[in-house]
Design a protein around this ligand. Structure first.
Ligand code: HEC
Ligand code: HEC
Length: 122
């Protein structure tokens, strides 16, 4: 009888651990339905910056925060904020882009981790 109770108590624990492993555990900004969509987004921003995953991630555990990852998170916040507020309103007034987001990492980075402040000399 005692054994049975112990087994019954363990079942919910095992199930919830399983669910936790399926889901990302340190997403503070992004909201993704599936791991696949998240990976696709990550590949895309890597190309926008011209870097590999390891520029931002500890490859043993991608949920660990690194200096570059923290900067990237702030960049994501900035980009979302600008699209939601500034450019959404501007888009309305110009009647050009409608609801589309206007800026991405590429808009500034153009395949480089260091956006240029000054136009290159011709
Ligand atoms: C420019 C920096 C940057 C690059 C490059 C990058 N990531 Fe990320 N990644 C982030 C940030 C920032 C987060 C956390 C986002 C949040 O807090 O919502 C994240 C989160 C993740 C997570 C979720 C981790 C968790 O908490 O469980 C996975 C998985 C991931 N990245 C995979 C990748 C893969 C695969 C690549 C390469 C194709 C990649 N990332 C390249 C910045 C980056
Ligand atoms: C409005 C322009 C702009 C956008 C949009 C933008 N960035 Fe940046 N980003 C910058 C600038 C400027 C710097 C350089 C800051 C510095 O040197 O201190 C930078 C620096 C960075 C760095 C640090 C690079 C290094 O060498 O250490 C990372 C990582 C980064 N951005 C990620 C991103 C990601 C990811 C996105 C998209 C979610 C993004 N940025 C969107 C302007 C932008």
């Amino acid at each position: 009888m005692k054994n049975l109770i112990q087994i019954l108590m363990i079942i919910p624990l095992v199930i919830s651990l399983g669910i936790m492993q399926d889901k990302s555990n340190n997403l503070q900004v992004l909201d993704y339905e599936s791991e696949r969509d998240l990976k696709k987004y990550m590949k895309s921003i890597s190309k926008d910056l011209g870097v590999k995953c390891k520029f931002c991630h500890d490859l043993n555990d991608k949920s660990i925060d690194t200096d570059h990852k923290n900067i990237a998170r702030e960049m994501m916040r900035m980009q979302m904020e600008l699209n939601k507020s500034f450019f959404a309103l501007l888009g309305d007034s110009l009647h050009v882009h409608g609801e589309m987001p206007q800026i991405s990492c590429w808009t500034c980075h153009r395949g480089s981790k260091e956006p240029q402040l000054v136009r290159p000399k011709e």
